[in-house]
Design a protein around this ligand. Structure first.
Ligand code: FRU
Length: 502
């Protein structure tokens, strides 16, 4: 590595997010909490920092914020690439890979078969198991275990179903180009029986990938459970490119019935704004949840990138990071439901002091106003504002003069906006510079934003996490100013606090 690339690497290397030391990553895989440790496996090219040689990389964390990288867990070979999938703790040793007293972890992954294989051209589901708590893995001798002869059958997420219909393993996977989630059941993770299919529905502007299915209590009521089916798609997101949508409804052990389907069948592009999105930003993809998370928490991670430009983002020697880990919960809203998201780990121990900058209520005028003492590149900014006559108002982060990344509210349009046209390096790909927006609601004219800034990204949680926007940015190391801005009038900042983490 030259000195120049070392500087670039450290300029953008996140402090609160996971990035591999010096290689490529994409989708989170096999998320599981086991023996007191969070395991994050991920699509990894062990040999380079662009997509290829797909294998499962591995990192662990005690707190969802600090990660340790381990040797590659499951490696590609001449016959197969190891595409996305999940891990379950087979506590009753249904697979027989372990013993009753030492049950295994079992990984269910997609074999993307290569020319060296008799299955060349097919994507099918395979198993590997670990008897040492997830650090070393053995591929099952009789792989693949589920082969439909399809070239686009991938991304198995396996969960344990215990309900009215019985107790068994359920797999959700996709027929990607059919815009379909396929559901299977099994007693032993080896023999799979088709249960049902779901889709096409709502967003179908790109292939369906990386599904997940889980129950959540509505408004915290354990007697009111709804099932959430998440489906990532690429492209076709609300602000273009890769994104994740979700459906809320019922799963009876066989069939998922959506209560939030707007468009049954292929997408009506004019209705994109009516679908439910995991995140409205450009850089939150392939999101899936942890198995076995403590206290029934539903914790998700997304890949913080977009296939439109993923291989070209200007970092080195590593490329791509995960999002922060998010706890998702379900709120009732207007006779329907919304997923609400919060950062799951507690970053307080990482803070130098908490909070390190605060501002009491103030009215701001047209223009931008640098906050002396608030500058930083790894920080959480909490802000409540009430737009006055301004047509747009909010924050500029990683700024330098009037330039920077703008995160604001357009009250007349009921929109939140992230504008990264002047965020720093944008010219590495024609579609990167963008103004991305999402619908936002207020009941009392006030808007609350929590923004995590982490060297090459902003993650915005608005209105208590009802709306999130996740975006990559590549500013100069010296662009650290935090400003308030208003366009065409005044706005009131009710309160603001900044916590520095590095
Ligand atoms: C999603 C995806 C998955 C596939 C993996 C390959 O980003 O395309 O469908 O399993 O990446 O790396």
């Amino acid at each position: 590595m030259t000195a120049a690339t070392a500087t670039t690497a450290e300029t953008f290397r996140p402090a609160l997010h996971y990035a591999a030391r010096n290689t490529w990553l994409n989708d989170p895989n096999g998320l599981i909490f086991h023996d007191g440790v969070y395991h994050l496996y991920y699509q990894n090219n062990p040999l380079d920092n662009v997509w290829g040689n797909m294998s499962w990389g591995h990192a662990t964390s005690p707190d969802l914020l600090t990660w340790t990288e381990h040797p590659v867990a499951i490696t590609c070979d001449d016959e197969e690439d190891i595409f996305s999938g999940s891990i379950v703790f087979d506590r009753d040793n249904t697979s027989g890979f372990g013993t009753d007293s030492a049950p295994p972890l079992v990984a269910i992954y997609t074999s993307a078969f290569k020319p060296g294989s008799a299955h060349h051209g097919v994507q099918a589901q395979s198993l590997a198991y670990s008897l040492d708590g997830g650090y070393t893995w053995t591929k099952h001798a009789a792989n693949p275990v589920l082969n439909r002869g399809s070239a686009e059958f991938r991304d198995p997420k396996v969960l344990r179903y215990d309900g009215g219909a019985g107790s068994y393993w359920v797999m959700v996977a996709v027929e990607a180009t059919d815009f379909q989630v396929v559901l299977y059941k099994s007693k032993d993770l080896k023999d799979w029986e088709l249960l049902s299919t779901f889709g096409p529905a709502n967003a179908t502007g790109g292939v369906w990938e990386c599904p997940d299915l889980f129950p959540l209590p509505v408004d915290g009521d354990p007697n009111d459970l709804q099932w959430v089916l998440t489906v990532n798609l690429n492209p076709g997101g609300p602000n273009s490119g890769s994104a994740g949508q979700y459906f809320v409804g019922d799963f009876d052990g066989t069939t998922f019935s959506s209560a939030t389907t707007v468009t049954d069948g292929l997408q009506d592009p004019d209705r994109l704004g009516e679908y439910l999105w995991l995140d409205w930003g450009r850089d939150y993809y392939a999101a899936v949840s942890f198995s076995e998370a403590p206290d029934n928490r539903r914790l998700m991670i997304g890949w913080m990138n977009n296939w439109q430009y993923a291989n070209e983002i200007p970092t080195s020697p590593w490329r791509s990071t995960m999002s922060m880990v998010r706890e998702v919960s379900l709120q009732s809203m207007d006779g329907s439901w919304r997923l609400v998201q919060q950062v799951a780990g507690d970053p307080a121990p990482l803070a130098e002091q908490t909070p390190s900058f605060t501002l009491a209520a103030v009215e701001i005028s047209d223009g931008h106003h640098v906050l002396d003492g608030a500058a930083g590149s790894v920080q959480r900014i909490e802000l409540a504002l009430t737009p006055g006559t301004a047509e747009e108002c909010g924050l500029i982060v990683r700024g330098d003069g009037a330039q920077g990344t703008r995160i604001g509210i357009r009250p007349a349009d009921d929109r939140i906006v992230v504008d990264r046209r002047e965020s720093g390096q944008t010219d590495f790909h024609g579609s990167f510079a963008s103004v991305d927006t999402a619908p936002i609601r207020t009941t009392d004219g006030t808007y609350e934003l929590t923004v995590y800034v982490d060297r090459c990204s902003v993650e915005v949680f608005a209105q208590g996490g009802q709306v999130t926007l996740t975006e990559l940015i590549f500013p100069a190391a010296t662009s650290t100013a935090v400003s308030l801005y208003a366009v065409g009038g005044t706005a009131t900042i009710n309160n603001l606090s900044v916590t520095q983490y590095a």
